[in-house]
Design a protein around this ligand. Structure first.
Ligand SMILES: NC(=O)c1ccc[n+]([C@@H]2O[C@H](COP(=O)([O-])OP(=O)(O)OC[C@H]3O[C@@H](n4cnc5c(N)ncnc54)[C@H](OP(=O)(O)O)[C@@H]3O)[C@@H](O)[C@H]2O)c1
Length: 406
C-alpha cells in the first residue's frame, strides 16, 4: 500500500497533502481532489515533489467512483466536509477501497452530528473486506488516541475524562472561524451535552463555563459543549463514569456569535430573498474569511489535551493529563496553515501510515480510532509535528474544573 487519494483541498486538506508529500517513503503516489481544481493546484505548488490533482464533486457518488477507479488508491482520506462522509463511504464500498475521515456525518438540514449513520456501514464494510477509520483528526482523533493510550498504559480504570481545547491564538480579524465556518458555527450553536453515569445530560448552548488551566497558555474561560468523540469514547473506555468536552471562546467570538444568532444569520433553513431561497448560514460562510487564509499573521498557540481521573496501574487514585501545544507561526512556516488546520491535517497522515505499515490492520469494518493500537500512533505523531506530553496533576491543579458540579 503506497497510494493515497485525499478529497478536500481546504485548510486542513492542504496540510494533509503537504505532510504526505514529506513522507515519500510511505506515500509514493498522492492524489488530491476537490470541488474546485484551483484549490488543488494551489496546494500542489506547496508540496514536495509531484502530486496529482483532480476535480470532483464528492456529493456525487458516481463521480467519486470514477475518480477512484482512475487513480487506484489504497486509501481515500476525506478532508472535505461532514456532508460528504456518506457519499465518499459509498464510493469506497463500490470500489473496495479503505476510507478515513476527521469528522462525523452531518445532514445538511439538521445541525446534528452523530456516528449512527456511519456505524450502520459496519456489516457492509466487513462484507466488502475494507476498513473505515472514523474521526482521525485532533479532536476527534488524537484526543481519542490519548484516551486509548491512557486506558492501556496509565490506568487500571478511567473514571472521568475532560477533553480541553484551547486556541489561544490571534488572527487579527474582527471575526473568523478556525475551520470551515458553516461546520464550526453549526457545532457551537447547537445544544450542549455531556455524559454521566450512563446518561446524556442536555444543557443550553454555552450555559456552563469554568477556568481551565491550559499547559503553556494558562487559565482560560472554557465552555462545556458537546463534541462527537464523546459518543464513541463512552462505548470504548471501560468503566467510564463521566465525560465532558471544554472549548475556549474569546469574549469577542461570543459577542459576534450572539449578534449573528439574534439576527437569524446562523439559521440553516431556507429564507426567501427576492424570490430565491437563501440559507443564511451558507450565505454567512461566503462572507467570512476562509480558514485557509488566516495563517499569515496568526500569533499564539493551541493547547489541547485530555485530563483523566481514575485508578492508576498501582491501584492508587491517579489524575493525569496528556496534551499537545502548537505555535501558529511554526505551523504557518512549515505548511502555510494556522495551527487548527495543522492539528487537524497531521493525524490523518499518521493514521494512513499506520494502515500502510500494517499497525492498524487493515481490518474489515468501521472503527473509531480509540479501537486501534495507540502505541505505534503515539510513537510516530511527535515525529510528524504533534509531540505529546504526560504529567500527573497535583491536588491543587485544575481546581475550577473539578469544582464544576455536573
Ligand atoms: N477532527 C478535528 O480535529 C477537526 C478539526 C477541524 C476541522 N475538522 C474537519 O475537517 C474538515 C475540513 O475542514 P477545513 O477547515 O479544512 O474546511 P475548509 O477549508 O472549508 O475545506 C473544506 C474543503 O472541502 C472541499 N469540498 C466541499 N464540498 C466538496 C464537495 N462536494 N466535493 C469535493 N470537495 C468539497 C472544499 O473544496 P473547494 O475548495 O475545492 O471548494 C474545501 O476546500 C471538515 O470536515 C471539518 O469538520 C476536523
Amino acid at each position: 500500500m503506497d497510494t493515497v487519494l485525499i478529497i478536500g483541498a481546504g485548510a486542513a486538506g492542504s496540510v494533509t497533502a503537504q505532510k504526505c508529500a514529506m513522507n515519500r517513503d510511505v506515500f509514493k503516489t498522492i492524489h488530491l481532489a476537490s470541488r474546485r481544481i484551483e484549490s488543488c493546484d494551489k496546494v500542489a505548488k506547496r508540496c514536495k515533489g509531484k502530486i496529482h490533482t483532480h476535480q470532483v464533486d464528492a456529493d456525487n457518488v458516481a463521480a467519486t467512483v470514477k475518480l477512484i477507479k482512475a487513480t487506484k488508491p489504497d486509501l481515500v482520506i476525506n478532508m472535505a466536509l461532514p456532508y460528504q462522509d456518506l457519499p465518499i463511504m459509498d464510493a469506497c464500498l463500490e470500489t473496495g477501497v479503505h476510507y478515513m475521515d476527521t469528522a462525523n456525518y452531518e445532514p445538511r438540514d439538521v445541525a446534528k452530528f452523530e456516528y449512527s449513520w456511519q456505524w450502520k456501514y459496519q456489516s457492509k464494510y466487513k462484507k466488502a473486506g475494507i476498513m473505515a477509520i472514523l474521526g482521525c483528526g485532533f479532536d476527534p482523533g488524537q484526543s481519542n488516541i490519548y484516551c486509548a493510550y491512557a486506558q492501556e498504559f496509565l490506568f487500571d480504570e478511567i473514571e472521568t475524562i475532560d477533553i480541553v481545547d484551547c486556541n489561544d491564538g490571534s488572527h487579527g480579524k474582527a471575526f473568523a472561524t478556525n475551520f470551515n465556518p458553516e461546520i464550526n458555527l453549526r457545532e457551537v450553536t447547537q445544544r450542549g451535552k455531556y455524559w454521566k453515569d450512563g446518561k446524556w445530560i442536555d444543557i443550553d448552548p454555552l450555559s456552563i463555563n469554568c477556568m481551565v488551566d491550559f499547559p503553556e497558555v494558562g487559565p482560560r474561560k472554557s465552555y462545556l459543549i458537546y463534541h462527537e468523540e464523546e459518543e464513541s469514547l463512552v462505548k470504548n473506555i471501560k468503566g467510564l463514569k463521566q465525560i465532558r468536552f471544554w472549548m475556549t471562546f474569546s469574549d469577542n467570538y461570543i459577542k459576534h456569535l450572539d449578534v449573528l444568532q439574534n439576527v437569524g444569520m446562523t439559521r440553516i433553513d431556507p429564507v426567501m430573498y427576492k424570490g430565491n431561497p437563501v440559507i443564511p448560514m451558507e450565505f454567512l460562510k461566503e462572507l467570512l474569511p476562509p480558514p485557509s487564509s488566516l495563517g499569515a499573521n496568526y500569533t499564539g498557540k493551541t493547547s489541547i489535551g485530555v485530563i483523566f481521573t481514575g485508578t492508576g496501574k498501582n491501584g492508587k487514585p491517579r489524575r493525569t493529563m496528556i496534551y499537545n501545544v502548537c505555535e501558529h507561526k511554526d505551523c504557518y512556516k512549515e505548511t502555510g496553515a494556522q495551527a487548527v488546520s495543522y492539528t487537524t491535517g497531521v493525524p490523518p497522515v499518521v493514521g494512513a501510515m499506520m494502515l500502510f505499515k500494517g499497525h492498524w490492520g487493515p481490518k474489515a469494518g468501521v472503527y473509531n480510532v480509540e479501537q486501534l493500537p495507540s502505541k505505534p500512533f503515539m510513537d510516530e505523531i511527535g515525529k510528524q509535528g504533534l509531540p505529546w506530553h504526560v504529567f500527573d496533576l497535583k491536588k491543587t491543579d485544575q481546581k475550577d474544573l473539578f469544582k464544576v458540579e455536573t
